[in-house]
Every structure is written in structure tokens, then in C-alpha cells.
Design a protein around this ligand. Sequence first.
Ligand SMILES: CC(C)(COP(=O)(O)OP(=O)(O)OC[C@H]1O[C@@H](n2cnc3c(N)ncnc32)[C@H](O)[C@@H]1OP(=O)(O)O)[C@@H](O)C(=O)NCCC(=O)NCCS
Length: 280
Amino acid sequence: MAHVDQTPLVRAPTAAAAAVSSSPRQWWAGSEQGLPAGLDWISTRELARLEGVRFTKRRTEYLLRRWVGKRAVAARLGLPTDDTSLAGIEVLNRMSGAPYVVIEGVEAPCEVSLSDRAGTAVAVVGGTQRALGALGIDLEIVEPRSAGFVTDFLTPAEQAWVTGPAAEQGALGRDAAANLVWSAKESALKVLRLGLRADTRWVEIAVAEHRRGDGWAPFTATWRDGRVLPGWWRREGVYLLTVATEQHVDPPEALAGAADLAAATPVHSWVDRPLVTPRE
Ligand SMILES: CC(C)(COP(=O)(O)OP(=O)(O)OC[C@H]1O[C@@H](n2cnc3c(N)ncnc32)[C@H](O)[C@@H]1OP(=O)(O)O)[C@@H](O)C(=O)NCCC(=O)NCCS
């Protein structure tokens, strides 16, 4: 049964959370295997959206993004992670589709962005510094991308980079480069609250391949009016992770307890059972 608790309550962060919350951005990752059994950890409002989802793939993705978003917020704020406490951390959606956080019935002033790919999801959470602006995160796996994909969705400059010597013969390789540009676009389009309503060629990605000691490397996303969104990317095993922001800030730090993306194996658990059975 889903939990309903309308009591306004903002729990005090623990000392451990206070110690980590000075970082402007943090991220958390989780895989399908970690999803709690049952649905006691989601709220009535979240359950209402789930009930409209017939396809197992979409249902699992929705649940995984909810769980990872809640765990990221809980880790960021030092909140407990038992089912009842997680149900009190809601990750809801604006009309645009962009997520926002409600804690025990009160909208929390922390930015959040979610993404999932092949059985693993990631969330990036900002603190209470709304002045730092919106966030966008995206997770992709390195997979083959056709020539048509590159020419249809990437700008000429991006195509030149993906098919040129820097990507083809560099450490990345063509497929990783194409997936990276795609992921960076999705992150940027989440910052802009547009998603794929926008033409992906309206935002142009420029990637720096030189990675910092902590694995992050910068990219920029230039919107068609000239506005530049800064971002960070990293490679973790078969996964590529990108985070775009409105203003330049240091890369997000990993929150405690996150899954090891580098060791995560992409799964497609829905393939054998594509439709949700009634009353599931
Ligand atoms: C944003 C978008 C490109 C992401 O698609 P995707 O790569 O398949 O999925 P990801 O796992 O990376 O991201 C999904 C998350 O993006 C977020 N998102 C969706 N639309 C968003 C928007 N306009 N701005 C910012 N974030 C958005 C949501 O948190 C979503 O997860 P949730 O629905 O469980 O909360 C895609 O959802 C999109 O284009 N959405 C806009 C158009 C649309 O159909 N909106 C539906 C309105 S409810």
C-alpha cells in the first residue's frame, strides 16, 4: 500500500549530511536489483502516475528513477531510507515533465534531475542554492550509432568531431563520441526544460577530452541564441554520464551508497514480459 502523509515536516539534516551538503551538486546511482520489494516506498501521487503505465519497461524505468531520485535526496539531506521515509520524499513532475521534490507535503527547494538506461538510473541533486539554476543529467551506454543517426541529430560541427580523427583515433572512439554528444544534448535540453520537444541540432556540444584526476571532463552546450550551458561528463565502464547546468560549478560529487556504474551491467529485464498484467 502506498503511504500518504500530509504532515508538513522538514527533518533536520544529520551531521553527516551537513558535512557533505556544502558541495553545490551531488549524484547517486542505483540499479534495478536494488529496487525495494513492494510499493510502500512510493506516494499516492506517484502511484497514480504508475497506474497509467501499461508497459513493463516504462513502469520499471519510472520506478527506478523514482527510487534513485528519492535516495539521492535522502543522501543529500541526511534523511532515513526506510520505505515510509522514502514515501514521504516525492519526486513529482511539472507540466513540462521536469521533476521536482516534495518532502512530507512541502516542496523542497532542491533541484533534481533524473535519467535511466538499461537497468541503471542516476540522479543529480542541488542544494538550496536555487540561484545556481537548473540541472540536467543523462545516462547512456556506449552502443553503435548509425551514420543516419549522426547526420540526422547532430550539427555539422558535431558530426565533424564524431567522425574526425580526434574521436575516431582518440581515446573515445566514434560510437562513444556519438553517444556522448547525444547524452550532453539531452542533459542540456533538460536544463532548458524542453527535452526532445526541441530539435537536437538547436543545441551544439563541444567536448573536452582531457579528463581531470577525478574522471570528469568539461563540455559546453551552446543554444541557438548563443547562450552557453556548461557541463561535465565521465565514462564509467559501458556507461557515459553527463550533467549540464545553467551556471558553471564544479562537477557533482558522488553521494555515499551509490551503485558502482563502472561495474554495472546493462540489463533489459522487461523483454520477457513487455506488458504489465492487470492489477499488478
Ligand atoms: C526529457 C527526455 C528527452 C528524456 O527522455 P529519455 O532520455 O528517454 O529518459 P531519461 O531517463 O534520460 O529522462 C527521463 C526523465 O527526464 C525528466 N524530464 C522529462 N521531461 C523533462 C523536461 N522537459 N525537462 C527536464 N527534465 C525532463 C523526467 O524526470 C524524466 O523522468 P520521470 O518522468 O520519471 O520524472 C524526454 O522525456 C522528453 O523529451 N520529454 C519532453 C516531452 C514529453 O513527452 N514530455 C512529457 C510531459 S509529461
